[in-house]
Design a protein. Structure first.
Length: 254
């Protein structure tokens, strides 16, 4: 399996190197692998979907790469890098939707799922990845929920994480609840959400603008190129979300 295809180019690395912690912060003062090697090792895992133990030796001990990934996930480093790259998002039109991610048995096991974003659907155990993308189809914000939760349940919670004033929020019929539309309007934004088909007096919809909703579907397709996103192998929500941020960083650097 080629490793170079998963790695960042020099130009891409230059864009984010200042956002990562200094390399000299090794345990007990011992030198560790350079940040580019660390990050490329993480990307190899994210793209290939392999177990951490299968990480090629060229990246160094898999335990070191995993420990650094866990640290950057726990301390918010990956989230900060993602949000920094997305500061110039095109906020004129925002697309909101979710996608189901199959949960591998190794991520579920015998542990309780009540406190995790895991729920049983017709297809088995799933996690829902909710996302908002900008007018160019680039990711802006995320949220995880159980796979059997309705999209509308978490819509306001997701929108609360985004500055929507002045934007047009595009979403499908599942987001047409009055509470969601009221929240959008109250925060200075407009919405392009079709009414349910059984409504006697349907509200007008800008169908031409609504066509842009395919952008969020295209983003889900891109992020599922990363096999650690297409299937959830992580037991904790924090670890899975860290992979979501890592994959999104790579997408924003394209």
């Amino acid at each position: 399996m080629s490793m170079k295809r998963y790695e960042l180019t020099k130009e891409q690395w230059e864009r984010i190197k200042s956002l990562l912690p200094p390399e000299e912060m090794g345990k007990r003062g011992r030198p560790r692998k350079d940040n580019p090697i660390m990050l490329n090792g993480m990307l190899w895992i994210a793209r290939s979907g392999a177990q951490w133990r299968e990480l090629p030796e060229t990246y160094g001990p898999w335990q070191s790469i995993y420990a650094q990934f866990a640290k950057w996930g726990d301390d918010g480093t990956l989230e900060v890098v993602f949000h920094t790259l997305s500061t110039d998002a095109d906020m004129e039109n925002l697309n909101m939707d979710s996608t189901c991610v199959r949960v591998h048995e190794s991520a579920n096991g015998e542990e309780k799922t009540a406190d995790k974003a895991v729920g049983r659907t017709r297809g088995g155990w799933n996690t829902k990845l909710h996302a908002v993308v900008d007018g160019l189809g680039n990711p802006v914000e995320f949220l995880l929920s159980a796979g059997n939760d309705h999209d509308s349940v978490h819509a306001v919670e997701l929108l609360e994480k985004v500055r929507i004033r002045g934007s047009a929020v595009l979403a499908d019929r599942a987001y047409g609840a009055r509470a969601i539309r009221k929240y959008i309007s109250a925060h200075g934004a407009s919405y392009v959400i079709p009414p349910q088909s059984n409504v006697s007096d349907p509200r007008p919809v800008d169908w031409h603008l609504y066509k842009d909703r395919h952008l969020v579907e295209c983003f889900f397709q891109k992020i599922k190129w990363f096999r650690r996103i297409a299937t959830r192998y992580d037991k904790s929500d924090a670890s899975f979300l860290a992979f979501v941020y890592l994959a999104s960083i790579a997408i924003l650097l394209l």
